[in-house]
Write a protein of this length. Structure first.
Length: 107
């Protein structure tokens, strides 16, 4: 799988978009603002929030193997991601074929 399938059309609202028309991925600033209202700023807080983010898996972009059962990954609008662990929330980046989770927000 190409890591560039969404690259030119990440938010373009055509065939390769990750969200349906009328929705988009959140920005880091938007998610950070929401995290400040979580009961805790970690994976437990993410699951207890409106996001209902459970621990999920991440597909390795080289091997295709599924790994990392102890974090909750969420793609952001700028092709970076945020992940929640038991100790907090952290921003990361990597190829889009990592296969992270998606939460689309209404425009």
């Amino acid at each position: 799988m190409s890591s560039y399938v969404w690259q030119s059309d990440w938010e373009g609202k055509v065939m390769n978009d990750v969200c349906p028309p009328g929705f988009r991925l959140p920005t880091l600033a938007e998610i950070s603002a929401e995290i400040s209202g979580f009961s805790t700023g970690n994976m437990s807080g993410a699951f207890s929030s409106f996001l209902k983010m459970p621990a999920n898996e991440q597909r390795d972009n080289n091997s295709g193997n599924i790994t990392n059962y102890t974090y909750a990954y969420l793609w952001l609008a700028n092709q970076s991601y945020i992940y929640f662990s038991s100790s907090g929330a952290f921003n990361g980046s990597g190829p889009i074929n990592f296969g992270n989770g998606v939460r689309c927000i209404k425009i």
